[in-house]
Design a protein around this ligand. Structure first.
Ligand SMILES: Cc1ncc(COP(=O)(O)O)c(C=O)c1O
Length: 409
């Protein structure tokens, strides 16, 4: 493997404003200090198992119930409709498999999109291997699927429709409420059930998660995307939605997800979600100003840089560029050398960065889909940090273009 550290060296740019300039909030976020404080007692003296009947256990039970109430309030849901899970992946898996298996007698067709996270795509593939048919609806060039395209994909045997609320690579916001309305109207007119799921993992902290407004039956969240701990999430399951648990064992979570509850993590998520929702509009405004500055700076300073995803209908913290002729891997390494944490947005394997399935689905070439940089800001980022990132990118891109083989420039 090429040692890019030797080739690139430290890029000569302005002074680094922080030890690490963290611009990868779509990957994960720092746990808020007040969330750590709220979790701590449940690692220490309040360690009881929430299923135990003695008071130590019941303290944990009450803390979980309290967190469930907080999460339900943010979603405009009933407490009993919240199922705690180990994160976004498990919630997505459970949503697709739980609904598809429960409705198997009524049909075997699932509609989803080509831009979903692998937690949905691979669950759909698993179901396909069990005999389900799956339709992957493609987005337009701007990374958004249309209501019409989803409606056209629904057949008489469709039982599950899963469309993410915001894409993790481009930030593109999908018309989930309109999709749910159209699908539900069709199901009602044909007197059948189609469960509608949305993966709202990236939307939390920026968009309204009210399940009544969204009109969905199932919704996935993951705490580490909104300043909560890793390894905990939730699945909202609207009352009455057919659901077959896929994690079986004990009777926890009202028989919908077996396994001893992770009390500290659940407590942390309850507080983190409540805080994220309360600060949502303020965080969106701060992040929008920072990402606008990033987009303007990069567009002005770097030639042949094109913004991926809809310029308006995107999460306020998402910036995703393709730099013609520059592969993501050396760029990310150069940024890391300069103390900047960023991402290509697409999956990494040990050896290289895979072309993004999202950009491919949007109609980009294989080379373009390998040449993306995703910068996702958080409210704690500063204008100085943004300017430092723009300076660094503006130095690195021409350097990398010179190093690239002539056919790639
Ligand atoms: C859109 C989306 N769905 C699901 C997941 C998986 O969540 P988790 O990391 O909690 O398993 C992620 C994580 O990046 C995501 O961005």
């Amino acid at each position: 493997m090429v040692d890019w550290r030797i080739i690139l060296g430290e890029p000569a740019v302005s002074t680094r404003p922080a030890d690490i300039v963290y611009m990868d909030h779509a990957a994960t976020t720092p746990v808020a200090p007040e969330v750590i404080d709220a979790m701590r007692p449940f690692f220490e003296d309040q360690f009881g198992n929430a299923s135990s009947i003695y008071s130590l256990g019941q303290t944990s039970r009450r803390a979980i119930d309290d967190a469930r109430g907080r999460c339900a309030k943010v979603l405009g849901a009933r407490a009993g409709e919240i199922v705690f899970t180990s994160g976004g992946t498990e919630s997505d898996n459970a949503a697709l498999m739980g609904a598809a298996l429960a409705l198997r007698e009524r049909g075997n067709h699932i509609v989803t999109t080509a831009i979903e996270h692998h937690a949905v795509l691979h669950a759909a593939e698993l179901l396909a291997s069990l005999g389900f048919d799956v339709t992957y609806v493609a987005p337009g060039r701007e990374g958004i699927v249309t209501v019409e395209a989803i409606e056209a994909a629904v057949t008489p045997s469709t039982t599950v429709v899963s469309v993410m609320l915001a894409n993790n690579e481009t930030g593109a916001i999908q018309p989930v409420a309109e999709i749910a309305r159209a699908v539900k109207a069709r199901a009602a007119s044909e007197k059948r059930i189609i469960a509608v799921h949305t993966d709202a993992v990236q939307a939390a902290g920026f968009l309204d998660l009210n399940v009544g407004e969204l009109g969905v039956d199932l919704l996935s969240l993951s705490a580490h995307k909104f300043n909560g701990p890793k390894g905990v999430g939730l699945l909202y399951i609207r009352r009455g939605t057919p659901f077959r648990p896929t994690q079986v064992g004990g009777a926890q979570e009202h028989d919908r997800r077996a396994g001893t509850e992770n009390t500290p993590a659940i407590v942390g998520m309850g507080l983190a979600l409540e805080n994220a929702d309360r600060r949502r509009l303020e965080a969106a405004a701060t992040c929008q100003a920072l990402s606008n500055r990033l987009i303007a700076g990069i567009t002005e300073r770097v030639e042949r840089a094109s913004l991926n995803g809809d310029p308006e209908r995107r999460l306020p913290n998402n910036v995703n560029f393709t730099f013609a002729g520059v592969e993501a891997e050396p760029l990310l390494m150069g940024l890391d050398l300069a103390g900047i944490a960023a991402s290509s947005g697409s999956a990494c394997t040990a050896a290289s960065i895979e072309p993004s399935h999202v950009l491919l689905a949007m109609g980009h070439s294989d080379l373009e889909a390998r040449s993306t940089l995703r910068l996702t800001v958080g409210p704690e980022n500063t204008e100085d940090e943004v300017d430092y990132v723009v300076d660094t990118v503006a130095v690195l891109i021409p350097k990398l273009r010179k190093l690239a083989s002539p056919s790639r420039r």
